[in-house]
Design a protein around this ligand. Structure first.
Ligand code: AMP
Length: 114
């Protein structure tokens, strides 16, 4: 998608603080962090929202979580706890229209989320 900011980050057209990337996914620090660690994990493939993921995307969806888990392990955050968040549509707070998994860590989180 030519006008998608996260596609531009994935392609390198726009700079981001990238913490991991491979053929399928890219992970980078959130510009407006909500926790000491706030990383976004995105698929390189453009999908606007998680409700549009299909059966064929099952492995890719799993890859987002496994990538986040690896980053958390590398940062030593597993024991302390961390949160993975997927916002879908405006009502849930989605503001960028390219699937992204929020990885939040480094502080205590309340429940229910706001
Ligand atoms: P959401 O509200 O779930 O769609 O999350 C979008 C996230 O993208 C927000 O946490 C923003 O701070 C973050 N964000 C937007 N633009 C950028 C960017 N260029 N680089 C890094 N994070 C961004």
């Amino acid at each position: 998608m030519s006008d998608c900011i996260f596609c531009k980050i994935a392609s390198g057209e726009i700079n981001a603080s990238i913490v991991y990337q491979d053929d399928e996914v890219v992970a980078f620090n959130d510009l407006n962090p909500q926790a000491p660690t706030h990383v976004l994990v995105i698929p390189r493939k453009h999908v606007s929202r998680i409700s549009e993921l299909e059966e064929a995307d099952a492995a890719l969806a799993g890859r987002l979580i496994l990538t986040a888990n690896q980053i958390v392990r590398d940062l030593g955050l597993v024991e302390a706890g961390y949160r993975l968040v997927l916002n879908c549509n405006e009502g849930a707070g989605q503001s960028v229209w390219h699937v992204h998994l929020h990885l939040l860590g480094g502080r205590t989180f309340g429940w229910p989320p706001g």
